[in-house]
Design a protein around this ligand. Structure first.
Ligand code: ZN
Length: 473
């Protein structure tokens, strides 16, 4: 409602600089950009939408009724904001966590706060019981493989960033199986914790042996290591009812503002709508979704449509293997997606703007073309200065749009401070009150202005995509 009032006021102002339906002049790029930024900074809409999504729908694991409710919610919101909306169905496996329980048996008896890893196999109903062996790397596992047979392996490596830590969650269970272990525990993938386990995907492949696998808290991982290093045997029981069903359907939600001059050139704003089953995913990736939804709504409210099509895509099934992003890229392979931005780094303050330009032939970064793209954007960068962005660096965008970026879309990354993100990532603690509404509004302002510039700037964004000869304008 607040957005509608702001829109009415803006329409009155905009009548002086533009007539509805008439293409904007290049000056309008600037006046509309500052108006979009002001309205985004003043809007509480993304915050209220985030609370609504997290509190009323909650965890929305892909393939579940809750995910379907979230998709219906998002489609309705985008329709209300004047976008043309449709959904695209992707068939996915449905992983069911089932009942699970983890117990420390020796040197004393207590429950372990732990969570099965996504796609893990389950245990027999009575569970598996074994002594724990602790390793800090795959090399250590290989060196000590004779000790591991019949044991539960705990992967306990110090945090050196997400990319390094996640390798144990992803490949640890099958490495443990190869070494003859009966189960795998992984130190939760986070630099900081208050006894919260962090789940996440583990790799599973038909025909590749694996073992039941779960994430333990960083505190329990440290305690088990201390005990084992002191020569005190640690015995653990894992009971997991995990199973894999499917395929089931999940919907990627798409809304767009059709471009007025080059409708076939698409500027894509992405996020993933699904979460893990253990928490409402306020930062992963509820925040990203409400920001891109608001950015598209604000652009849709302008008295003129942008030159290019602006499309918001809320991907399904990111958490269980980028299945929504992959299906989307395959279904839209022939389209000219000229730029693709995805917000999926939490809700911390914006720290920069990065562009990822690749050679479609090899999928490798193309520094020459990156420079060319930066040069074309340079005249519009002053629009972002009031929001704290003064340069474009080389940087990433997001997981789902990676397929499009490899195929030639310019990847656009809104860099964010992740200090508050990893401690809640993939855990029950990823809840809305850790999100600052003012920071969310600022991120929305940056995203909206970046989207507007890309959708409106004259000339090609990158020469190999959407250049003048292929334009239908
Ligand atoms: Zn995410």
């Amino acid at each position: 409602m607040r957005r509608r009032l702001a829109l009415l006021l803006f329409l009155l102002l905009a009548a002086e600089v533009s007539v509805a339906g008439k293409p904007a002049s290049s000056n309008d790029i600037f006046s509309f950009a500052s108006n979009l930024a002001d309205r985004a900074l003043a809007s509480r809409e993304p915050w209220m939408e985030l609370v609504s999504l997290c509190d009323r729908i909650g965890p929305r694991f892909a393939g579940t009724p809750a995910y379907a409710a979230a998709a219906a919610w998002a489609a309705e919101r985008l329709r209300e904001d004047g976008l043309a909306v449709h959904t695209e169905t992707v068939q996915i496996p449905l992983w069911i966590r089932g009942e699970e329980r983890f117990d420390l048996l020796t040197p004393h008896a207590r429950t372990l706060e732990a969570q099965g890893l996504g796609l893990s196999v389950g245990t027999p109903p009575e569970g598996i019981e074994a002594e724990v062996r602790v390793v800090g790397s795959f090399d250590e596992l290989a060196e000590r493989s004779s000790e591991v047979k019949g044991r539960i392996v705990l992967f306990d490596a110090p945090w050196k960033g997400y990319g390094q830590a996640v390798s144990f969650r992803s490949r640890g269970p099958e490495a443990a199986a190869r070494a003859g272990a009966v189960g795998a525990l992984v130190r939760s993938v986070t630099p900081a914790s208050l006894s919260t386990p962090h789940t996440g995907m583990t790799h599973r492949e038909e025909g590749v042996p694996t073992v039941p696998a779960a994430a333990v808290t960083t505190e329990d991982a440290s305690a088990i290591r201390r005990l084992v290093e002191a020569g005190i045997p640690v015995r653990v029981r894992m009971q997991m009812g995990a199973r894999l069903l499917g395929p089931v359907a999940a919907s990627t939600v798409v809304g767009e503002v059709c471009g007025r001059e080059r409708p076939h050139e698409v500027v894509l704003l992405g996020c993933h709508l699904d979460t893990w089953d253990v928490g409402p995913g306020a930062q992963d990736d509820g925040a990203g979704c409400v920001v891109v939804m608001e950015a598209a709504a604000l652009v849709a409210s302008l008295p003129v449509r942008p030159r290019r099509t602006l499309r918001v895509v809320l991907f399904a099934a990111e958490e269980i293997g980028l299945l929504g992003g992959q299906a989307y890229a395959e279904a839209h392979a022939g389209e000219a997606v000229v730029a693709a931005l995805e917000l999926d780094s939490g809700a911390g303050p914006v720290t920069g703007l990065g562009f990822d330009v690749r050679d479609p032939a090899t999928g490798k970064p193309d520094p020459v073309e990156l420079e060319a793209v930066r040069d074309r954007l340079a005249p519009f960068l002053p629009l972002l200065e009031p929001l704290g962005i003064r340069e474009v660096t080389a940087g990433g965008s997001g997981p789902d749009v990676g397929f499009l970026v490899n195929a030639g879309a310019v990847g656009v990354g809104i860099d964010q401070d992740t200090a508050g993100y990893w401690p809640v990532h993939h855990s029950a603690a990823d809840t809305p009150e850790k999100v600052d509404p003012a920071v969310l509004a600022h991120t929305t302002a940056v995203t909206t202005v970046v989207a507007w510039i890309l959708a409106e700037m004259p000339g090609p964004i990158r020469t190999s995509r959407g250049s003048a000869p292929t334009s239908r304008s």
